[in-house]
Design a protein around this ligand. Structure first.
Ligand code: NAD
Length: 438
């Protein structure tokens, strides 16, 4: 089968590469010439473990190619996956400009039956709009070509995207009532997973669209929930990690996403929770749980800044803060809505000097916050620092040489926003320690 994937970002590139690995003939499209040119040269524009090898193998095998020409990619494809960005607008709603542009481009160039699949995360009803935009363009040129639309939301996690795509917990496919042809085609596309006994949830388009928001809103709520417990722990002198374990061992609750910390960030949770709350309001309803999760998350960011200032005895002005970890989570270079941004800006506003290090996100972080000093490694960042603040739990921060750190730092203080260190061990090494909810 030949497919086109439009939008070659985190989702589009992983999707295209993984389908080509399954033996599908894939053309990935992006409007950014530089991105496509570098992919053609074999350079991967994002940091995602395992992706470079898969891309290289399938380009060599002739199953994966890149272009900026949507019409050319769509022409030879039975399935067209839309994987462009759906950023938040200022009122929390979703900006569908990229989706509309791609839909209209598709409408202008299709001349045979295709299944048009929305893989981007989009508010309920967007696939109907996609149908409308394509149809308008077809009508404009009096073309009678027919097409199916489908929703196939993506659940992969950055940093573990290949595994998540190849061995997903489930695949969700929403189609229009009675469109068995589209379901059959999409099942054929996903056949390797079907044979693998991956669960498939087949449903209507609106439910598929909402399923993605429901899943992300639930996970974000879990994070905000444990962060609120961490606040209570700080009041009672309790240990949020013991509580998370006590909760998580209950299989009805599960251990995942019960880590107290600086709150959720990244390219998905902040915008998807805001969007879910927004479209609930448009329906005349209140998505109260998710509204609360968003509020808790905002408060948590502020609490993290306060925690660092507390460690600096109330005075950040003129102090040097070593920030370890900038990306919104480990194993990615993605800085979108990373907690580090707000925390660093908050500390800069209070007059602190920031020395920062991240294994993958330095270039983008430096562009976002030019006022901070970018350091070449952990120990460079720690040099002359009054406090070390662990913001992202990259593995290399779990085994810091604490005696070397003490020698380099102006003062021995650690603020561990990911609870990766043990208070006793840190105390033995001569550090004062502040965790989250402990
Ligand atoms: N990143 C994730 O972990 C993740 C996970 C699940 C779902 N999603 C959803 O998937 C969608 C894509 O996310 P992403 O992180 O891959 O975004 P991204 O910003 O990394 O990539 C989007 C790409 O689309 C390209 N694009 C925009 N308009 C185009 C057009 N008209 N023609 C061709 N290319 C065009 C952009 O140049 C960009 O390269 C979003 O809706 C997001 O919410 C993301």
């Amino acid at each position: 089968m030949n497919i086109a994937v439009i939008g070659t970002g985190y989702v589009g590139l992983v999707t295209g590469a993984c389908f080509s690995e399954f033996g599908v003939q894939v053309t990935c499209v992006d409007q950014l010439e530089d991105k496509i040119e570098s992919l053609k040269r074999g350079e991967i524009p994002i940091y995602e473990p395992g992706l470079a090898e898969i891309v290289a193998r399938n380009v060599r095998g002739g199953r994966l190619s890149f272009t900026t020409d949507t019409a050319e990619a769509v022409a030879g494809s039975l399935v067209v996956l839309i994987a462009v960005g759906t950023p938040a607008a200022s009122d929390g709603s979703t900006d569908l400009a990229f989706i509309e542009a791609v839909s209209r481009e598709i409408g202008r160039c299709i001349d045979s039956y295709k299944v048009i699949v929305t893989k981007s995360t989009v508010p309920v009803g967007t696939s109907d709009k996609v149908r409308g935009w394509i149809q308008e363009e077809l009508d404009r040129r009096g073309d009678k070509t027919t097409f199916s639309i489908a929703s196939n939301p993506e659940f992969l996690r950055e940093g573990a995207a290949i595994g998540d795509f190849m061995r997903p917990d489930r695949v969700v496919i929403g189609t229009e009532a009675g469109d068995d042809h589209a379901i059959a085609i999409l099942k054929d596309l996903y056949r390797p997973l079907y044979l693998n006994e991956t669960p498939f949830v087949e449903t209507d388009i609106h439910s598929a669209e909402l399923a993605k928001y429901a899943a992300n809103a639930f996970l974000a709520t879990k994070i905000s929930f444990i962060n609120e417990i961490s606040v209570l722990c700080e009041e009672i002198g309790g240990d949020v990690q013991a509580i998370a374990r006590a909760m998580g061992l209950d299989r009805r609750i599960g251990k995942k996403f019960l880590h107290a910390g600086p709150g959720f960030g990244g390219s998905c949770f902040p915008k998807d929770t805001a969007s879910a709350a927004h479209f609930a309001r448009e329906l005349g309803q209140e998505f109260s749980i998710v509204e609360a999760a968003i509020r808790v998350n905002q408060r948590q960011r502020q609490r993290m800044i306060d925690k660092v200032i507390l460690a600096l005895e109330g005075q950040a002005n003129g102090k040097t803060v070593a920030v370890l970890g900038l990306s919104f989570k480990p194993e990615t270079d993605d800085m979108r809505e990373a907690p580090s941004i707000e925390i660093i800006r908050g500390l800069l506003e209070r007059g602190a000097l920031i020395r920062a290090y991240d294994p993958a996100a330095m270039a983008e972080a430096g562009r976002l916050i030019p006022e901070m000093v970018l350091c070449k490694d952990v120990y460079d960042a720690l040099t002359d620092a009054d406090v070390m603040v662990i913001v992202t739990e990259w593995n290399e921060f779990r085994m810091i040489d604490l005696s070397r750190a003490r020698e380099l730092m102006a003062d021995s203080r650690m603020v561990d926003l990911r609870n990766i260190y043990d208070r006793e061990r840190i105390a033995k090494a001569g550090f004062r320690y502040w965790g989250v909810g402990r």
